[in-house]
Design a protein around this ligand. Sequence first.
Ligand code: SAM
Length: 438
Amino acid sequence: MSPDRVIVIVYTTLYRKGGRQFPIVANTLAREKKKSGFAGEIISRAVESKREVLEIFASLQSAGKLISEFHFVGHSGMYGPMFGTVAFPEQFSPYEWETMQIPFAPDASAYFHCCRSARWFAPYFARTFSVNAYGFFWYTTFSRSKTRYRYASATAATEVLYTIGCKGRKSHGLAASLVKFSGFMPAEEMKMFGPRPLTGDPSYNKVAALYDAAFTDITVRRDEWEWLNQHLPGTSELSVLDIGCGNGALLHALSERIKYGAGVDESEAILEKARQRNAAHKNLEFAKINSPALPFGDATFDVVISLMSFRYLDWDPLLTEVRRVLKPDGRFLIVDMVTVPVKRKEYAQLIRDKLRTMFGRRTNPDFKANLQKLVSHPDWKKMLEYNPIRSEHEMKWYLESRFAGQKMEILNLGWNARIVAFDSGPVAEGVEVKLSYP
Ligand SMILES: C[S@@+](CC[C@H](N)C(=O)[O-])C[C@H]1O[C@@H](n2cnc3c(N)ncnc32)[C@H](O)[C@@H]1O
């Protein structure tokens, strides 16, 4: 083994009160790697921000060292490792990963010892960096054994600790908890993903026609439309940017009330639908984007909207751009779907929302039929594999940290998903996006 090879183990201790167990897991791993005969340097380090991760990669690169193995020990969101704190969470967005230089050795592997990392992130990482990437499909827990759940008290001194995957929902449920605590829960083996190319188009291109047929009229999104109307400033002089504008149905519905509207989207096929729909509206234009960069001058818009698209976007880099293109005191309005199981205390609202939705669909049979065609289509299911939605807390913690004092609202409840909305409030001129990394 060449001496310029390194194993890098990074762990967090602050996000979700990460606690004292993560360094023990990292040290256990480092000892085992040493014992396995790895001849190079083993770096085990706490990282609490994206900046600290980038600093490690940059210093290895300038020292001419190559990473044989990269390990992350901590918490994760659907789109990968979390840093920072709950009050100010940080996560590399896809664009940040894709533009990052990581000095991997040609035969390198990356291991993500965190919840649900095999669902989207490990395959994505493998593709992006051409390495083998490993993750857990299920939720992780601390254990004194690598192969089976063995209870480890959060306070007892222990030298050896692992992060293992345990089948089941996060709480594991009563039956699964009994199996787990009685020591019969086998640890989930980490799943390996090679650097395989995409099978299919991850964008909305293939589903553009089906999506356009279902959402011809944006007002079928009744709660979302009402909320946006309540939060849009009541002047006809507005200039509005719609990010992830899809088939342009929102700007179409707003076109008579605004001075200028621009829609941007990454899917050329769906933009074509937007251009066709709005050909007669000379105050609207549409542009394709392929990064968080927005093709507009500073202080162009009174309002920026992201309707059902924020989940897919590159949060931190995009916010820098949104602040740049907003006029002083402009607003960013976000409406989106997030996942979270309904709570018992929300049942009454759930029933009300379900009845309203059922009634709405009954009075609009075309929408109901076209929506069914869309969501049952294999191309839609394939697209969702590459574009999963976020958990409620991820979006809530993120937005409420970036726009202090503003709260996320719930517009409509489902069993496992819900529609939420967020109004940034007036974004003051010159307010810098708080970032801990370059
Ligand atoms: C669920 S659709 C919503 C479309 C429209 N806003 C609506 O409410 O009908 C999500 C849209 O986000 C777009 N999108 C996904 N990722 C994007 C990205 N990184 N940048 C820009 N648009 C993106 C998709 O192409 C798609 O048109």
